[in-house]
Design a protein around this ligand. Sequence first.
Ligand SMILES: Cc1ncc(COP(=O)(O)O)c(C=O)c1O
Length: 389
Amino acid sequence: MTGEQHRVCSALAPFGTSIFTEMSALAIRSKAVNLSQGFPDFDGPHDLLEAAAKAIIDGPNQYTPSAGLATLREAIAAKMQRFYDVEVDPRDEVTITSGATEGLAATLLGLLEPGDEVVLLEPCYDLYPPIIARAGGTAVYVSLGQPGFELDFEALKEALTDRTRAIVVNNPQNPCGKVFIREELTRLGELCQQHNILVLGDEVYEHLVYDGRSHHTLLSIPALRDRAIVVSSTAKTFSMTGWKVGMVIAAPGLTEAVRMSHQFLTFCTPGAFQRAMAKGIGMSHSYYRDLLSLYTAKRQRLCDGLDELGFDVHAPQGTYYASIDITKLDFEDDLAFCRYLATNVGVAAIPSSYFWHQRREGTHWVRFCFCKKDKTLDQALERLRRWKR
Ligand SMILES: Cc1ncc(COP(=O)(O)O)c(C=O)c1O
């Protein structure tokens, strides 16, 4: 085979290896405490581990229906009613995917036509641009204001054209921790109705919203009920990122498009994990409350610790990421800072500029995750303290 035949396709080649892969590899090489990629260093509820193990032993261990097991789809519909007062038909409006990752890809691949434009609100999760490109679409970027990450509706309106097919709203938003308030989503809904465009909601951090704020799913906004495709995941809510059980919830016509591509991507998600997650999603309110208390305490532990060390800390409204502004530190940029930190201090973080299309907009932000055991967070803070001294 020639080098030409081994080439990555032109849509994906410009994106290179993800910064998460690079920083996690550097963390392992440097034996750094890894606060870079967002996965917990603990497992979720023991009951769910047992439920999955039992489901494997009891079987069946075969393909499930492509849309997902009815028990899980029903549990998701019940949860949408219980938490958000949104009625969802589990048969025609819920699809189980292999993580939100596949759910997002299935949605974009199932709905976009070549030439369609998709608006992304920066800083944005790194999956959207390459999948939009692979689907033949074009990403159009609108930056949230800094340092508060407000959405400028005038800038958003200016970004819309007659080719705009959708806007992606990641709420709560990774990496900046923004939580959209209901008024913003209502305004967004009106705009989408006027321009006849869809909204793709990435709501994987829906249960991690702090300080008494509420999560408003896009499907609870009347103007968006039939034009929003909401993607979520069990990964963050149940601390089982490796199980890859995600979901897409949308009106029947949109669900049909999602299922069309999902059947050719993975066809279905492992049945044992689906059965265990049906149990997880059905757990009582106290589980969700305890999860939020756990993360509220971890957010405080990390943010207070960084603050005491003199860092300029941006505590998130939602998600499990906190950021620091490194403008006043003597580093060329966030990447140089993160490489130095992992190699010389023994703490791995993510240079947030990679969440912007034009990296220069975010080279002063560095993201740390706090989905870690307290002792891991303390160890990272201790290493930073020693360095600062
Ligand atoms: C904003 C956002 N969307 C999607 C995902 C992927 O979710 P999953 O692990 O369910 O594929 C992540 C994971 O970090 C994320 O931060």
